[in-house]
Write a protein that binds this ligand. Structure first.
Ligand SMILES: C[S@@+](CC[C@H](N)C(=O)[O-])C[C@H]1O[C@@H](n2cnc3c(N)ncnc32)[C@H](O)[C@@H]1O
Length: 244
C-alpha cells in the first residue's frame, strides 16, 4: 500500500511550520542534549557522531583567530562550541526560537558569538549580513528541511555574504537510492514524533552546488560524513567542503 507520508521520487513541498514545531518540541523536552539535534536515540552513538565530525572536519577548515563564521540552522550551538576561542566572530541562525534561547544561554559570556531566530526568507531581507564578509559559512543537517527554492536561496545567500577567500562546509542527510525520498509528516516510532524531511540524492546536491562554482568556489572535498554506512540504508550523511 502506498504511504502518502513517505514519497519516493516526486518533488513534494514540505511545511516549514511543521519542522519548526518539531524542533521546538524537542528543545523543550530534551534541552541541549545531542539527541535534540542529531535525532539519535542512542546517546553513545550520538556522542560518537558529534566528536567524529568535530575531529575530522575542523582541521580541514583551517580556522584562524580573525575568522568570521556564519552558520545556518545552528541549533543550540553544538558545532559552535568547538569554535569557542578559535575564531574571531560567529553568527548562528535557526528557525527554532527554543533552540536559539538555549544557544544564547550557553554562550552568554561570549560576546563574539551571536544567535538569531530566522529562516531563508527573513535572512534575505537582513541588511546586517551584507558587508560583513563571512570567511567560513556552514550548514549541517538543515537543507533536508528546506524546499528546493529555499536551498537555492540559502546557497545564493552564502555566495552574497561571503569574503573573497571564504570556505563553505555543508553536511546533509542524502538518499542512497536512485531518487529523492520525502517524509511528509511521517510517524516515526523511533522518535515518537511526526517527521518531515527531504532526502535529496547526491547528484541533486551536486546540481544545487553549481551556484558556488558560478561564484568562484571550487569543490575541495566531499564524502560520507561518518565511518560506517549500514548495509541497505536508504539514507546517510554526506559532506562537501568548498573553497574560493
Ligand atoms: C538536524 S538539526 C541540526 C542542528 C545543527 N546544525 C547541528 O548540527 O547541531 C536541524 C536544525 O535546522 C533547523 N532548521 C530547520 N529548518 C530550518 C529553516 N527553514 N530555517 C532555519 N533553520 C531551520 C532546526 O531548527 C534545527 O536546529
Amino acid at each position: 500500500m502506498s504511504d502518502k507520508t513517505r514519497i519516493y521520487g516526486k518533488v513534494v513541498e514540505i511545511n516549514t511550520k511543521q519542522v519548526k514545531d518539531f524542533y521546538n518540541e524537542r528543545a523543550k523536552a530534551l534541552k541541549d542534549s545531542l539527541s535534540t539535534v542529531n535525532l539519535q536515540t542512542d546517546s553513545e552513538a550520538s556522542k560518537k557522531r558529534d566528536s567524529h565530525e568535530k575531529e575530522h572536519i575542523i582541521p580541514k577548515l583551517e580556522l584562524n583567530l580573525n575568522e568570521k563564521v556564519f552558520e545556518f540552522g545552528c541549533g543550540f550551538g553544538r558545532f559552535a562550541e568547538a569554535l569557542r576561542g578559535n575564531i574571531g566572530s560567529y553568527l548562528g541562525v535557526d528557525i527554532s526560537d527554543e533552540l536559539i534561547a538555549l544557544a544564547k544561554t550557553k554562550f552568554a559570556e561570549n560576546a563574539n558569538f551571536q544567535f538569531i531566530e530566522g529562516d531563508t526568507g527573513s535572512l534575505a531581507e537582513n541588511p546586517h549580513l551584507i558587508g560583513v564578509g563571512y570567511s567560513l559559512l556552514m550548514t549541517m543537517g538543515v537543507s533536508t528541511y528546506l524546499n528546493d527554492d529555499e536551498v537555492k536561496a540559502l546557497y545564493g545567500l552564502f555566495c552574497k555574504i561571503s569574503a573573497p577567500n571564504a570556505r563553505i562546509y555543508i553536511r546533509e542527510s542524502v538518499a542512497l537510492i536512485p531518487e529523492r525520498l520525502t517524509l511528509n509528516g511521517f510517524w516515526s516510532d523511533n522518535l515518537q514524533q511526526k517527521y518531515t524531511a527531504i532526502y535529496r540524492t547526491i547528484p541533486e546536491y551536486e546540481a544545487l552546488l553549481k551556484i558556488f562554482n558560478d561564484n568562484g568556489f571550487k569543490l575541495e572535498e566531499s564524502g560520507f560524513a561518518y565511518p560506517s554506512v549500514p548495509e541497505n540504508a536508504e539514507t546517510t550523511q554526506f559532506y562537501f567542503i568548498l573553497k574560493r
